[in-house]
Design a protein around this ligand. Sequence first.
Ligand code: C2E
Ligand code: CA
Ligand code: CA
Ligand code: CA
Length: 278
Amino acid sequence: KLAGKDRYHLFDSDQDYDLRSHHESVERIRQGLLRDEFALHYQPKVNMHSGELIGAEALVRWQHPEQGLLPPDRFLPAIERHELGVQLGEWVIDSALSQIAAWQAEGLRVPVSVNISANHLQRADFAERLYLLLSLHPEVAPDQLQLEVLESSALADMNRVAETMATCTRMGVSFSLDDFGTGYSSLSYLKRLPAAELKIDRSFVRDMLHDADDLAILDGVLGLARAFRRRAVAEGVETEAQGELLLRLGCECAQGYGIARPMPPSALPGWAAGWRPP
Ligand code: C2E
Ligand code: CA
Ligand code: CA
Ligand code: CA
């Protein structure tokens, strides 16, 4: 009985500690948002065959005053299921729309894709809020915005998500299934969610040159994309050999360090003017 009680206490204090540190990081992120410490970097998405810049993926960064530039995995998990995650998500969409407008004013028309958490997408008012954000940027056509949804995230209510996605699609916004092939229900997602694009997960691209199974999966996903008339984009393309093999398999669209690393928005127009396919 005594041991049980002690264990209870240990568990209790552990939990207190977690709650406190979690609470602190949520507060710190909230302050960061108020102090304008977040920024978006953009990674080009290209057609390796035509050399066309087909999009840019917005990737959030936190310019932390003490810790420097933090990647998303250092702060997003803390707020994933928190109201603040939705606030940051809306900030990301709003900044991306401002950026599209700024590039347009410079003469560069490039659709931007934004990553949306499953929690955010499953909010009952998601489509309504998106409509509001779009109406704040009348100079941006809704088809210049694409939303990337993690295919591997368990979408609790697929019917509702499909409905939300259909509503947004009618508004002109398109969807991409991110990290495609890594989830446990890729095929039902493909069948039931109205996404115009599949992003083939980096792990398949990384291993396809020396792992026959990964090559087979990648080839299979490309076949599915063709059959379902979805655009396939390979992520994590790092080497010329990977790019060449993808082209031979019929996958023209790609993103990765081998093409360009994520960059601050001011660098993108110059990069776009200078890039030539290998
Ligand atoms: P993701 O959506 O799969 O984004 C691609 C990640 O892979 C980015 O990391 C990018 O920098 C990295 N990457 C791109 N090309 C290569 C490559 O050739 N090799 C390797 N090794 N990595 C490459 P990052 O920016 O650290 O983002 C990590 C994840 O955080 C993203 O994965 C996405 O799931 C999430 N994320 C990023 N920004 C946001 C956001 O604004 N909102 C939400 N909800 N999630 C975000
Ligand atoms: Ca993504
Ligand atoms: Ca991805
Ligand atoms: Ca990923």
